[in-house]
Design a protein around this ligand. Structure first.
Ligand code: GTP
Length: 389
């Protein structure tokens, strides 16, 4: 279907203007959600299409040079939004360099025909390719919003490519902005697809980013950056299920820093926090990728060792205990010694076993370890295997 080209320009301008209005109302200065930047991009997009509408009825600089530069500005703002949403510094030169180059080329090539058109198309295509690259590199884990951004940029590329093909095949007059034909209708209508996909993509990318941050906050302990109690308990449930299904052994250990109250009382709470962080770091360094360590609460950590025998668990945990006991926490000029007791349950979970029952058994072993003098390890229904260092 062939549509009246200036009318398509007007409808794309309307869509972009409405979307710009929505994002500019919602986006806020100094809030790095990228919505204000996306709104600015849409506004530039809308203005570009308003200028295109008057092609043939107003000076060439106003209906060709300015709107193409505005399109480049719009793409630059969309790209900047991707970085702002991801809380990253915007690489200003590659983002805003192209619109400056395009503006200069439009001044230099004002009196030409094909070179001017090819120059504008070339710069816009490079920007679309950069946008695709940045969207791909800045996708959220498990997110899909970047696909909309890539889709929008690819649509834009197709629209520009149609124009380029027409120019290089000697049909550039068919692509004048005041002429209506099928090729023109398709090329210009693609503007709507671009505006919708890019703006929705940016809004949804921002949503995915915020969801990711909230999820991280809900499942992480802010002090040690370990999984928190909820996260490590969820991991324990799935490890129990996996071990039961595979008939493999699982070790569940509760680690409790000894006399931690004393550390707080003698050195202060900030020193206590430093000890907790230090212990978490030391343990993370020593564990395997497949092991699960989380902060269970206060000065207690929960450790999961999948596919580990009783002997293996005892050796690994005693190694961990000795490592922590032999590596005091540096706090200012102080070297604060710390050690922990650990209670472990290890075996193939039965159908009666669940997180609560296994934790109960590990906790009983921990109680025995504390009673045995601390800085030691107890296996549930077993004897102390390590003495004080
Ligand atoms: N600095 C700091 N202290 C904490 C934190 N969470 C819990 N605590 C403190 O940890 C201390 C735990 O003390 P207790 O439960 O008596 O245990 P303990 O002194 O380690 O004694 P044992 O476990 O028997 O060896 C309490 O004083 C809590 O206030 C934290 O995030 N930071």
């Amino acid at each position: 279907m062939i549509a009246h080209t200036p009318t398509i320009f007007a409808s794309v301008a309307w869509v972009a203007l409405i979307m710009a209005f929505c994002l500019l109302v919602v986006g806020r200065f100094n809030q790095r959600d990228g919505l204000l930047t996306a709104g600015a991009g849409l506004l530039a997009h809308a203005l570009a299409y308003v200028c295109f509408m008057y092609y043939g009825h107003a000076p060439m600089w106003l209906t060709y040079s300015v709107p193409n530069t505005l399109l480049a500005v719009a793409l630059a703002f969309y790209s900047a939004s991707i970085f702002r949403i991801n809380q990253q510094a915007v690489p200003w030169l590659p983002v805003f360099g192209p619109p400056i180059i395009l503006g200069l080329l439009m001044i230099l090539l004002m009196d030409t025909s094909e070179p001017r058109r090819l120059a504008a198309s070339g710069v816009l295509m490079v920007q679309c390719l950069l946008l695709i690259l940045w969207a791909q590199n800045n996708q959220q884990p498990d997110g899909r919003a970047h696909l909309l951004l890539i889709g929008g940029a690819v649509a834009s590329l197709i629209g520009i490519l149609i124009r380029v093909i027409a120019i290089v095949t000697g049909l550039s007059d068919e692509m004048r902005y005041d002429i209506s034909n099928l090729r023109q209708s398709i090329s210009v209508s693609i503007g709507t697809v671009t505006v919708m996909m890019l703006s929705l993509g940016l809004v949804l990318l921002s949503k995915e980013r915020i969801e990711g941050v909230l999820k991280h906050m809900a499942l992480r302990d802010p002090l040690t950056d370990l999984p928190n109690r909820r996260a490590v308990m969820e991991q324990m449930d799935s490890e129990i299920e996996r071990a039961r299904r595979n008939g493999s052994t699982l070790a569940v250990a509760i680690i409790d820093i000894d006399h931690f109250k004393n550390i707080n009382d003698v050195y202060g709470h900030l020193a206590g926090d430093a000890v907790l962080k230090h212990c978490a770091t030391l343990m993370k360094q020593r564990l395997r990728q497949s092991d699960g360590l989380g902060r269970y609460g206060g000065e207690e950590f929960l450790l999961l060792l999948p596919e580990t025998s009783r002997e293996g668990a005892a050796i690994a945990l005693d190694d961990l205990r000795a490592h922590v006991a032999n590596t005091p926490t540096k706090f200012g000029d102080l070297n604060i010694p710390q050690h922990f007791s650990v209670g472990v349950w290890c075996g193939i979970p039965s159908t009666q076993d669940c997180g609560t029952t296994l934790l109960g058994k590990a906790d009983t072993a921990l109680y025995q370890a504390k009673h045995a003098g601390r800085n030691t390890l107890k296996l549930a229904e077993d004897i102390t295997i390590s003495a004080l260092v």
